[in-house]
Write a protein that binds this ligand. Structure first.
Ligand SMILES: C[S@@+](CC[C@H](N)C(=O)[O-])C[C@H]1O[C@@H](n2cnc3c(N)ncnc32)[C@H](O)[C@@H]1O
Length: 276
């Protein structure tokens, strides 16, 4: 059943994303960087994640809308970080670094060590790195250029996230059809275990039925679901027990959306697992 979060504050609404048929990648990300580095109080932004986030919000409220998570949905995730205190967070879909700054700051405040932000677009990744640096989070947030699956595989192959180093949190905010295969790859490599919290954005806008089906299924149902997985395709770890809920919230423009918040509560050892 869906939970509802705090109401949307219309005074904080971002401008519409769509400008001449484009939603991102039309120069607005570089314009944001120039706007921030031209800020009359730039010295106050240095080393201050909250002020960098506020400056990004002002740009999106007054110049051009941005496709970041924004303050309303972002606050739900920072409360989760306060509650679960993850030591390591992996984000898929970093864009210009808004969520990496917000959640990296919350993770560091709670004693966490490392935030990995995977972003496919090298220009967006460069903007994110620059803003992360300005916010004083260079030692905490590492921006990785690549698709979600490339980033996950590279972090594994380089020995940075090894099988037994389970993630405290995994945040999905990238290519919607990639949420499920990328979660299954993370499960397969041992990144998900008891205590890992999965957070998926945009579960209404545009929605993600295959992801919701996987994280809400029982271990027995998942075992049946993986039976039809084509040969060579990774089918994840059906024996991970999940407890999942939908939390209604709002895009920074004010449109309704939801986060799917899933906790891994253990492993069902009664299942005979087959390698994927
Ligand atoms: C909604 S934005 C992320 C917003 C960001 N999490 C925030 O709240 O600040 C989605 C991002 O995912 C990136 N992306 C798209 N497909 C991807 C993929 N397969 N792997 C990684 N990133 C991808 C896009 O370039 C875009 O920057």
């Amino acid at each position: 059943m869906a939970q509802t979060s705090t109401p949307f504050d219309g005074a904080k609404a971002y401008k519409a994303w769509e400008v001449d048929g484009k939603y991102f990648g039309d120069g607005r990300e570089v314009a944001l960087l120039e706007h921030i580095y031209g800020h009359p109080l730039l010295h106050e932004l240095r080393g201050n994640p909250q002020k960098v986030l506020a400056a990004i919000d002002v740009f999106a409220q007054t110049v051009t809308g941005l496709i970041n998570i924004g303050d309303t949905k972002g606050t739900i995730v920072t409360h989760l970080i306060d509650e679960h205190k993850p030591a390591t967070i992996l984000e898929l879909g970093g864009y210009i670094g808004y969520s990496a700054i917000m959640f990296g700051d919350a993770m560091r405040r709670n004693g966490g060590k490392q935030y990995y932000s995977v972003e496919k677009n090298p220009l967006f990744a460069a903007v994110a790195s620059s803003l992360v640096d300005l916010a004083g989070l260079r030692d905490t947030v590492r921006v990785v250029v690549g698709t979600g699956s490339e980033g996950i595989q590279r972090l594994f192959d380089d020995g940075i996230l090894q099988g037994k180093t389970q993630l405290g949190m995994l945040f999905f905010d990238h290519h919607k059809p990639s949420y499920t295969p990328d979660l299954k790859l993370a499960e397969h490599l041992g990144f998900v275990g008891a205590g890992t919290v999965l957070v998926a954005d945009n579960m209404i806008l545009p929605g993600n039925p295959p992801y919701a089906e996987w994280v809400r299924a029982t271990t027995t149902d998942k075992q049946k679901m993986v039976g039809g997985t084509p040969k060579g395709e990774i089918f994840g770890s059906p024996n991970l027990e999940y407890k999942s809920r939908s939390v209604l919230s709002f895009e920074p423009s004010g449109m309704e959306d939801a986060l799917e918040i899933t906790e891994c509560i253990g492993i069902d050892h009664s299942l005979i697992t087959v390698g994927g």
